[in-house]
Structures are given as structure tokens and as C-alpha cells.
Design a protein around this ligand. Structure first.
Ligand SMILES: O=P(O)(O)OC[C@H]1O[C@H](OP(=O)(O)OP(=O)(O)O)[C@H](O)[C@@H]1O
Ligand code: HPA
Length: 178
């Protein structure tokens, strides 16, 4: 599996530092509140595990599963809600945890859904921000790393369901998907 990677962009140490940095900022920003941390599956599973351990607050942890990339390297315009959140978000301060914001379509879908359901506030902590991929103007509130406009895998991010278990983020060799 490691042989499929062209270049490592963010290693385990850098990822840990990003989680610590964002965890400290979020702890300060949400002081006195109990946010509902909403992890977006599957991609955010490792980021969630690492980031929540750096947040020194009482939090509720929930999961939602949406899908936009159907096995390839390009997103579909249609976002599907695969598994809904299991609790009421009305009145809650929701902090969405994403692995990556790319076109912005998934985030738009989620923010609209949560606002429609009466969330008090909706913010986003994304591990990666691929600003060069945007099709919709939308920003994350907390960003681990900006990433260039290439298809990346590892640390939760997949290609065709694979590579989520790589402990780092890297660029896949082009011959793997061309
Ligand atoms: O900004 P966008 O272009 O919408 O892309 C970002 C979304 O795409 C990926 O999810 P995907 O739908 O592939 O599901 P997964 O998390 O299960 O891999 C990723 O986890 C984000 O949720
Ligand atoms: O670069 C990416 N890699 C994996 N999944 C993704 N979902 C959006 N962008 C990406």
C-alpha cells in the first residue's frame, strides 16, 4: 500500500501538531459551552479521534454519513445522506468535523441541513482545506492544513475505499487511477 504513494504531504508528527493547535483554539472559543461535535463519516474518523482528545470541554459526539464521491477521484453533484445523526440538533452549537473541504458541496449540504433543523450555531473544523477545488463559495472555521489541488489519500481519505488506514496524507501515484 505504501508503495502506491508518490509523495508524503503531512506526516504523523505534523498531523498531531495540527490536532493540538486546533484543539487548544476550539477549547478557548467554546469555553463555557457544550458543543455537539458532529463527525462526518467515513473520512473524518481518524481526525475525530485525534482532535476530540485535544479539546478540553464537555462535548456530545455524534456521527453522520454522507456520500459524494462514488469510487473515483471526481465528486458527483448529488450528495446523499447515508446515515443520519442520532440526536436533535435544535438549539445546539454544532461543530462539524470534516477530513477535507474540496468542492464545498458536502459542507454546503451539511450546513443547510443543520440550520434547517434549528442548530444555534454551525462551525466546521476540517483537517484539510483544498481551496483550489471549490465549486461553491464556502469556508471552514478551523483548518488543519491547506492542501494543493491534487487528489490525496490517507488518514481517513480514500481512493475507491482504500488507503484510509495510512497514518499520513500523500499523493497517489497517477498510474493507480489513470
Ligand atoms: O468538498 P467536497 O467536494 O464535497 O468533498 C469533501 C467530502 O468528500 C469526502 O467524502 P466522501 O463523499 O468521499 O465520503 P467518505 O467520507 O465516506 O469518503 C470527504 O470526506 C468530504 O466529506
Ligand atoms: O483529494 C481527495 N481525496 C480523497 N477524498 C476526497 N474527497 C474530496 N477530495 C478528496
Amino acid at each position: 500500500m505504501n508503495n502506491d504513494i508518490e509523495e508524503v504531504l503531512f506526516d504523523q508528527e505534523q498531523i498531531h501538531e495540527a490536532a493540538v493547535r486546533l484543539g487548544q483554539t476550539i477549547t478557548k472559543d467554546y469555553a463555557g459551552r457544550k458543543p455537539l461535535v458532529l463527525s462526518v463519516l467515513k473520512g473524518a474518523y481518524l481526525w475525530t479521534a485525534d482532535l476530540v482528545r485535544e479539546i478540553d470541554l464537555y462535548v456530545d459526539l455524534e456521527f453522520i454519513k454522507i456520500s459524494s464521491y462514488h469510487g473515483g477521484v471526481t465528486s458527483s453533484n448529488e450528495i446523499q445522506l447515508v446515515t443520519d445523526v442520532q440526536s436533535d440538533v435544535a438549539g445546539r452549537d454544532v461543530l462539524i468535523l470534516e477530513d477535507i473541504v474540496d468542492t464545498g458541496q458536502s459542507l454546503r449540504f451539511l450546513k443547510d441541513l443543520l440550520k434547517d433543523r434549528g442548530a444555534n450555531s454551525v462551525q466546521v473544523a476540517t483537517f484539510l482545506d483544498k481551496k483550489g477545488g471549490r465549486k461553491i463559495e464556502i469556508d471552514a472555521d478551523y483548518v488543519g492544513f491547506d492542501v494543493r489541488n491534487e487528489f490525496v489519500v490517507g488518514y481517513g481519505l480514500d481512493y475507491a475505499g482504500l488507503y484510509r488506514n495510512l497514518p499520513y496524507v500523500g499523493i497517489l501515484k497517477k498510474d493507480i487511477y489513470s
